[in-house]
Design a protein around this ligand. Structure first.
Ligand code: ZN
Length: 131
C-alpha cells in the first residue's frame, strides 16, 4: 500500500503454522538478580519437564544485550507456559519469540517482551543494520 511502511518479509509469511517452537530468554544481572533467575529456572524445569533449559550465559551471546539463559519449548506448551511466566517472572525481563526460520525477525518484529524491552544486537544477524 502506498504510503504505508511495508511489513517485513519473513520466512513465516505471517502464518503461525511456521512456528516450530518457542524460546523464552530469561535475562538477569549476575550481580543482582541471578538468585531470582535460578529460582525461576528450577521452577520451570520442575513444572515443564519437556521444556529444554539452556546454559547460563553470564557473558553476552548472540543478539542478547544482557546475561540470560534460554528455555526452548514446543508450541503445545505455550498455553500453559506463557501465563505461568506472566505470573512468576519475579521482576525479571523475558523475551519470548517464535522460531520461524528467520532469526532476525523472530528476535525483533515477532518478539514479545515481559517487563522491559531490551536492545537487540542486530549485528549478530549479519545482514542489514536496520530492523
Ligand atoms: Zn532464541
Amino acid at each position: 500500500m502506498a504510503g504505508d511502511t511495508p511489513a517485513p518479509q519473513t520466512a513465516s509469511g505471517g502464518d503461525p503454522q511456521a512456528i516450530a517452537e518457542y524460546h523464552a530468554h530469561i535475562y538477569y544481572d549476575p550481580a543482582v538478580s541471578r538468585g531470582r533467575a535460578a529460582r525461576l529456572r528450577e521452577q520451570v524445569a520442575a513444572r515443564f519437564p519437556t521444556a529444554r533449559v539452556g546454559r547460563w550465559h553470564d557473558e553476552l551471546v548472540g543478539p542478547h544485550s544482557q546475561s540470560m539463559y534460554q528455555v526452548a519449548f514446543a508450541s503445545e506448551l505455550l498455553p500453559s507456559l506463557l501465563p505461568w511466566l506472566m505470573l512468576n517472572r519475579d521482576g525479571l525481563t523475558i523475551l519470548l519469540h517464535p522460531q520461524t526460520g528467520d532469526p532476525r525477525a523472530d528476535h525483533t518484529a515477532h518478539a514479545v517482551w515481559f517487563g522491559a524491552v531490551l536492545p537487540v544486537r542486530l549485528e549478530a544477524f549479519g545482514k542489514r543494520s536496520a530492523g
